[in-house]
Design a protein around this ligand. Sequence first.
Ligand SMILES: NC(=O)c1ccc[n+]([C@@H]2O[C@H](COP(=O)([O-])OP(=O)(O)OC[C@H]3O[C@@H](n4cnc5c(N)ncnc54)[C@H](OP(=O)(O)O)[C@@H]3O)[C@@H](O)[C@H]2O)c1
Length: 372
Amino acid sequence: MKLLLTGVTGQLGTAVAEIAPERGVTLVPLVRPARPGQVPFERAFPSLAAAKVTGDVREPLWGLGETDLNALADDVDAVVNLAGDTNWAGSGRDLYAVNVLGARNGYDVARELQRRSGRRVAYVQASSIYVVGGTLGRIAETPLTLDRHRTAYEHSKWLAERELERQHGPGDPDILISRVAALLGDSRTGATRKRNSLYLLAERWDDLPGRVLPAMRGAKVDVLPRDLAAGTLLDAVAGLHRTGPHPEPVITHLSAGERAPTLRALLETARALSPLAFGKWVRLVPASAEQVLWMSANAERFLPLSPAWRNSLIGLRYIGLDRVMERGRLAQLVDGQLPEPSTELLARLLFDLPEPQRPLAPADRGLSRFLA
Ligand SMILES: NC(=O)c1ccc[n+]([C@@H]2O[C@H](COP(=O)([O-])OP(=O)(O)OC[C@H]3O[C@@H](n4cnc5c(N)ncnc54)[C@H](OP(=O)(O)O)[C@@H]3O)[C@@H](O)[C@H]2O)c1
């Protein structure tokens, strides 16, 4: 498979770039022309430098010119849009430009490549499980309706889904909407591009006001290491191609689903793994869904909060609600191979806890049998 990929420098894109060669997937990264203050793309991804095209998802056809479009039409199988404005406390205008227009423009790119090539070209959109807003319980992989609890970020991801559903017609490129769970670093190395998303919990651990964390009883934390998410995403893209054409957009939850640990289990596992890593402990205080949602969206109206704190407070709803993302549709696409990270792995990655030291066998051979 050959993919035109945006967002390669992000958390998920980096993992896709790492895993693509071993899956036999070739990437054409679409990179912004100017990325002030960031490591130049050629230095960060030397093996992809020659294949790169330049563009911006906010522009029509992502700013791709005739030459690029003709070259891409030759052999690209899918357009995969992982670019996003992921600032939970970002401005509605910026979120709309990148997340909604970016999706719409991306679908136009897929249409254009399909038209020029006469081959089927799929379109894949990274959405978010948080698009569900304040919905609780079991959540199906189906379109969602209006929800008054959505934040500006969640609303922009929802509008993008709706826009794609609206755009899709008979004969148009197949669409995969992949609702991504919270991402942690690589499951083997812990490498992470940013300490955003749920890492904010670990970053704020020692400063939580009152040492309390309000959450529903049974609240779950749906989170995946980025490499597991990337591998499953590539499997799903291959599955979309294998099983198409699809008359409707296919929606999947790229998440831990029913295997997501409860918040309590995640925290207690972390403490059991490394009791000395936590100077202070926090108390989980039972709260209703309404309280968690309200607090995470409105505290900034009463407290002077920095952007970092606003992001952290919004994150409360991502660890404090009791809901389960269903994965049946994802399982169909990937032939049953669903990501199932252990709670221990997630706790280690989230709090950066060291691997347990294997005890060394003492010189006394009589004692060493107790350590086997
Ligand atoms: N990480 C999570 O926990 C999580 C959870 C749920 C859903 N998601 C979704 O998954 C996707 C990937 O997330 P991520 O965490 O990998 O994001 P990220 O680390 O914040 O990276 C964002 C990527 O988008 C690119 N980008 C931003 N604006 C762009 C534009 N106008 N044109 C072209 N590229 C642009 C950035 O490129 P530059 O390097 O040029 O800035 C970067 O590669 C997003 O759609 C996000 O909403 C992520």
